[in-house]
Every structure is written in structure tokens, then in C-alpha cells.
Design a protein around this ligand. Structure first.
Ligand SMILES: Cc1cc2nc3c(=O)[nH]c(=O)nc-3n(C[C@H](O)[C@H](O)[C@H](O)COP(=O)(O)OP(=O)(O)OC[C@H]3O[C@@H](n4cnc5c(N)ncnc54)[C@H](O)[C@@H]3O)c2cc1C
Length: 363
């Protein structure tokens, strides 16, 4: 083991989580990122719906999303999309409660009546009578942001090894002796778990208590529709969370908002989920579906309370959680990386209290 390279911090996983954290700490510690796949971003990061919405993920996630907004705008990774969360007759109270909840914490959310909905979504079916309108919702350039972080991490001095999965982690006096799937060995002071859907298995591998971070499959379909999905269409969701869709280069990206528990894997879409998505879409607008062009699925991994987990494991000061990013790991990446870096390097300050996301809440 003496000849093995030594790093202060080894990050497991080079998705949005691992890449953004490496970019934040690369200049201040000797950092290595290890990624099991041939290229970073192959799993959840490469499969997202690519929006930034301050209400998405709930009020516990919102501080991270809102704090990330200015950074993402400044870097040029956001483009206006706007969002409409629709309600049917009988769902007015739910829509009103949604508006009240998010207005109370300072978000821009307006009530839209039927006429206002029609002005944004031509051909919307008559049963959709009210909506919450969020003017701040944006599209996010996921690949651009991920590449930005990978480049920043390299520039800051972090090393990155692909096709190098963590196979075993043995605790030593000073930290860790790690064995990789490519046969290499490496020594680390701190092991960071940014393994997405594999967060719990990586913890177990290191002898750390798993937290019940569960991957859930989410399905997406790309459709060609008539009339074509123009770029001024907002992100359209419903208050009961049964679908969302948005335009993407003249096509439509549609999801049935599914959440099926899954083991960590290379997720693939199920025919039934795509059929459900299309059926629900046909109940929203009177548009014709010309073609189903593409379908995919990815795993969104949630802790039991659906908040992310950022911080040292209470039982092991050399094991750091950076996991449970659920359906919001792209839109929260800048603030999460800043917070994660601060806790990891033992710094004080910052606007968001790290205790909210600490793994100690599960102790
Ligand atoms: C359909 C869908 C739509 C979404 N839409 C949005 C959205 O609009 N906005 C938003 O903000 N978020 C969205 N998300 C969520 C977002 O994509 C995730 O929160 C984010 O990508 C998680 O990043 P990650 O780095 O934690 O995970 P991943 O990208 O999965 O990265 C984890 C990495 O760890 C690696 N790994 C695992 N085990 C090991 C090991 N033993 N050794 C080495 N490497 C290992 C994996 O290979 C993987 O590359 C969506 C997700 C899905 C599936």
C-alpha cells in the first residue's frame, strides 16, 4: 500500500454531485474523483428533464435552488422557460395552497384563471380551470454545467479516473485504503460518497451505516406533436403530480411523473410508463401525437425525508455523504457544492445552515 498514490479526499462518482464538489475543493486539497463508468454523467446526470424551478422539490430544497439561481444565471446556464402548475375543477384549493406556501417564502407565484392558461397553452382541455404560474422557472443546460464543473475541477488540480469503480474500502489509522475495479489501489484521508443511486451500497462497502437512500425510476419520452411544441410553451405540470411536459428544440419532453423504487442500475423505461405518460398528456391538450421519437429513464435517489444528505457520517469522521439529490441535483448544484465544500473543509460562514442537510438528523 506504501506505493499507492495518496489523496486528502477521494470522491466516489463523477456525476453532477461529484464534479461540482471537486470543482469547489480541488484547489484547496489533493483530490481524486473515481468514476465507475467510461464517461462521467452516464447515469442520472445525463438523463434529467433539465429545468430549474424554485418550488420543485419542496420548501426544504428551495433554499439551495434559489441560492444557485444567481450563479447559474451569471454562468449563462439558464434560459427562461416559466412554469404552469395546472388544476382541474375541484383542485382550486390545492392550487391556492401551493401559491400561498411558496409566496410566503418569497417566491414569485401567481394565480392563473382559465383565460390566462389558454393564452399560454393553446388547445388545453376545458377541465383545466386554474393554475399557479411561476415566471422564474428556467431551462438549465445540464451538459454545459456538468462539463463546466469537470473542467473547473481539473483546472483546480483534481485528478479524475474513469472506469475506476470503488471495489473495497478498508479503514486505516489515517483514513482509507481503497481498491478499485481496475486493480489500482489508492490511499485517502476522507472518502466522499457522491455515488447517486449507489450511495447506500458505497456506505456499506466502507462499513458505514446506510441511510435508506432509495433510487426511484423516472421515465421521459420525446414526442413530435402537431401543433409543434414552440419554444414559448412553459413547463406544464399538474398539482396532483401526474405529468409534466416542456418543449425541447421543436419536440416535446413528457414524463408521467413516475416514481418506481428500483435497485441501483442502468435504468431503462418500461413500455407501460410511456403509455401512461401519453394517456395523461392526451387529457391535457387536444394536440396530435405524430411520433414517439425517443424514451429514456433515470434514477432519482431520495433519503427517507426527501432532503439531500451533506456532511460527515456521525460514526466516522473520515466518511462524507454528498448524496440523496433526488429530482433537484442539477438545479441545486452550485449552492450544494458550496455548502458541501464548507463542511468538508471545516470552514464557517455561508448563508445556508448545513445542519438541515446533515446525516446526523438520522441518528
Ligand atoms: C428523468 C429525470 C429528470 C430529472 N430532472 C431534473 C431537473 O429537471 N432538474 C434537476 O435539478 N434535477 C433533475 N433530475 C435529478 C438529477 O438528474 C439528479 O439529482 C442528479 O443528476 C444526481 O447527480 P449525482 O451526481 O448524484 O448522480 P449520478 O449522475 O448518477 O452520478 C453518480 C455517479 O456515481 C458513479 N458510481 C456509483 N457507484 C460507484 C462506485 N462504486 N465507484 C465509482 N463510481 C460510482 C456512477 O457511475 C455515477 O456516474 C432528474 C432526474 C431524472 C432521472
Amino acid at each position: 500500500m506504501d506505493s499507492a498514490p495518496k489523496y486528502d479526499i477521494v470522491i466516489v462518482g463523477a456525476g453532477m454531485a461529484g464534479a461540482s464538489l471537486a470543482a469547489a475543493i480541488g484547489a484547496r486539497a489533493r483530490v481524486l474523483v473515481i468514476e465507475a463508468e467510461e464517461r462521467p454523467g452516464y447515469h442520472t446526470t445525463g438523463r434529467s428533464a433539465a429545468f430549474w424551478s424554485e418550488s420543485y422539490g419542496g420548501s426544504g430544497v428551495q433554499p439551495l435552488t434559489t441560492a444557485s439561481g444567481p450563479v447559474l444565471h451569471e454562468l449563462g446556464f439558464l434560459a427562461p422557460r416559466r412554469a404552469l402548475t395546472l388544476g382541474r375543477e375541484g383542485e382550486e384549493a390545492q392550487v391556492a395552497a401551493f401559491i400561498e406556501e411558496y409566496s410566503a417564502i418569497g417566491l414569485e407565484v401567481e394565480w392563473f384563471d382559465r383565460a390566462e392558461i389558454e393564452s399560454r397553452v393553446a388547445g388545453v382541455r376545458p377541465e383545466w380551470i386554474c393554475a399557479a404560474f411561476e415566471p422564474t422557472c428556467c431551462d438549465i443546460d445540464v451538459a454545459g454545467l456538468h462539463q463546466h464543473y469537470l473542467a473547473q475541477a481539473r483546472k483546480a488540480g483534481a485528478d479524475m479516473w474513469c472506469r475506476a469503480g470503488l471495489a473495497a474500502a478498508e479503514r486505516t489509522g489515517e483514513g482509507w485504503s481503497l481498491s478499485l475495479t481496475d486493480g489500482r489501489r489508492v490511499a485517502a484521508g476522507v472518502l466522499v460518497n457522491a455515488a447517486g443511486a449507489w450511495a447506500d451500497p458505497v456506505a456499506r462497502m466502507a462499513g458505514v451505516r446506510a441511510l435508506g437512500i432509495t433510487p426511484y425510476r423516472r421515465t421521459m419520452a420525446q414526442l413530435a406533436v402537431t401543433p409543434a411544441a414552440t419554444d414559448d410553451l412553459p413547463l406544464v405540470l399538474d398539482i396532483s403530480e401526474t405529468f409534466y411536459f416542456k418543449p425541447e428544440n421543436g419536440r416535446l419532453w413528457l414524463s408521467p411523473h413516475d416514481e418506481t423504487p428500483s435497485p441501483p442500475c442502468d435504468a431503462a423505461p418500461e413500455e407501460l410508463d410511456v403509455a401512461v405518460a401519453i394517456d395523461r398528456f392526451e387529457q391535457v391538450v387536444d394536440w396530435r401525437i405524430d411520433r414517439l421519437e425517443h424514451r429514456w429513464a433515470g434514477l432519482r435517489s431520495f433519503a427517507p425525508d426527501r432532503l439531500p444528505v451533506y456532511g460527515f457520517a456521525p460514526e466516522d469522521p473520515a466518511f462524507f455523504w454528498f448524496a440523496g439529490q433526488g429530482g433537484f441535483g442539477i438545479q441545486t448544484a452550485p449552492a450544494a457544492a458550496e455548502l458541501g465544500a464548507r463542511v468538508l473543509l471545516g470552514e464557517v460562514g455561508g448563508v445556508i445552515d448545513p445542519a438541515i442537510y446533515s446525516p446526523a438528523r438520522f441518528s
